[in-house]
Write a protein of this length. Structure first.
Length: 472
């Protein structure tokens, strides 16, 4: 699949990274002489952060190319994304040119944050609104507005990129999310202009309170909880009258004169000027990855999108030694010394044990039926260092699968097949109703026996003899 990116700013670069890291070839057209440098920097940030959301290896990265002619970039593209400045006349010219150059069945999306499809296509173009949020390579939401058939096709493609397409019921200026953001932005400008709060104080009010709540529940579900057991009706009855009070200035806009611009810019410099834009982007990305991984654990909000996307990644076929983990080392696993913390070697091995158990039938349904394996003893040898972003592959050998025992030996390998660690672990099958050891169900015992027989004639792993006599 090929995506063409027309306009390589912050948003265009984010789109390029999202497509590229999901296995698409990406062609970029932007007359800016610095476009290649800027986009490569955005892609570098994406390579650092996006794989950290997942516990499986992402698809093989596509090829990124840069073109001096729009026709060359657009030729053969399945998706063309326009991300040029918000000037309607400019968008008319570019979208009309794209519509002539692109294949008839290509999706043509505009990243516009404010214009409606009827405005964008006023001069004969055939684009839909495909409005993302920065950073495009991490945040899943894309607002889709336009022809029903095209938006449905676009939604199917975006889901395969790990995004959350939201198709609007009708076109409206600024769509949904930006209208909400505009209200907060407008009120914040007044708070700064009137001397009520600084930019930093307003940001603290957001990130220390409702910003965290909104990440996992949104506005209405949050207020439903605020209504207590009586629910949303009680909340509306209690707080609805406050909407008539003269709290806000949402219908008024402070004049953007030099004084206000200077005031806000100065406060912003004092707040964040000690960090470069790239440092701020990496800080933002690390924070987003941490929060989104927490949401992934519960399946809430963006976490559910990540989980549904992850199951579509290719899984290594079983070999003599099955691959039980294949992923990149996330930023959160790296210690102060720049290398993977020792605790996460064990975490990777635990994930490998879980995956192997799934292979022999000890899956969610099996656990729900009242059976599982519990870890009894584990031994780790640390042999080499692993860095953030480095590929991590774990293969697993069965040393013993008789009766209640599941004796595994995991090989943790980094780039170029270097052996970074070995982890030997003994598990016992347990009846969850009694919390005592028990024999596994016949179907599990049979599958485990197949692996044990397959691995029986393999040489003992280096280092295994040191511990095998101690593990009972």
């Amino acid at each position: 699949m090929k995506a063409a990116i027309v306009g390589g700013g912050v948003i265009g670069g984010g789109w390029a990274a999202r497509f590229l890291l999901n296995g698409w070839n990406v062609a970029v057209f932007d007359p800016d002489p610095d476009a290649e440098r800027k986009i490569n920097e955005v892609v570098a940030n994406a390579r650092r952060s996006l794989p950290s959301l997942y516990d499986r290896m992402m698809p093989t990265e596509g090829t990124l190319t840069f073109h001096t002619e729009m026709a060359d970039a657009v030729s053969g593209a399945d998706w063309v994304q326009e991300s040029i400045p918000e000037r309607l006349e400019l968008k008319h010219n570019v979208l009309c040119a794209i519509s002539e150059l692109a294949a008839a069945d290509a999706v043509i999306g505009s990243s516009t944050s404010g214009f409606k499809p009827s405005e964008l296509n006023g001069k004969g173009a055939r684009a839909i609104v495909a409005h993302p949020f920065n950073p495009v390579y991490l945040l899943p939401l894309v607002e889709l507005v336009g022809d029903a058939g095209v938006t449905a096709k676009a939604a199917d493609i975006l889901k395969k990129l790990g995004m959350f397409p939201l198709i609007l019921r009708k076109e409206i200026d600024a769509h949904i999310a930006d209208r909400l953001l505009e209200a907060v932005w407008r009120e914040s400008l007044w708070l700064v202009k009137d001397g009520v709060a600084t930019t930093e104080e307003i940001d603290e009010a957001i990130r220390m309170a409702f910003g965290i709540r909104w990440a996992q529940m949104g506005l209405f579900e949050t207020y439903r909880i605020a209504g207590g057991e009586a629910g949303m009706k009680h909340f509306m009855a209690q707080f609805g009258p406050a909407l008539e009070w003269p709290w806000t200035k949402l219908m008024d806009v402070p004049e953007f004169d030099d004084e206000l611009v200077g005031l806000i810019a100065g406060q912003s410099d004092a707040q964040s000027g000690h960090m470069t834009i790239r440092e701020l982007e990496q800080l933002r990305d690390d924070n987003l990855v941490g929060m989104m991984r927490a949401l992934k654990k519960t399946g809430s909000g963006a976490g559910g999108v990540i989980s549904r996307h992850e199951v579509t990644f290719p899984v290594h076929k079983n070999t003599v030694l099955p691959v039980t983990v294949s992923r990149k080392v996330p930023q959160s696993w790296v210690d102060y010394n720049g290398h993977m913390n020792e605790a996460h070697y064990l975490e990777a091995a635990a994930a490998a044990s879980d995956r192997f158990m799934e292979m022999i039938g000890v899956d969610a349904d099996y656990v729900e039926s009242g059976n599982s394996y519990f870890t009894v003893e584990t031994h780790i040898r640390h042999l080499d260092e692993l860095s953030a972003g480095e590929p991590l592959t774990v293969t697993t050998q069965v040393l013993n699968g008789d009766g209640k025992k599941l004796h595994l030996f995991h090989f943790l390998k980094g780039a170029d097949e270097k052996l970074a660690a070995t982890v030997e672990t003994l598990l016992l099958h347990v009846d969850l109703s009694t919390r005592r050891s028990s024999l596994p169900e016949p179907v599990v015992a049979e599958k485990l026996s197949e692996f044990a027989s397959l691995h029986a004639n393999m040489p003992s792993p280096d280092g295994m003899q040191r511990y095998v006599g101690q593990i009972r």
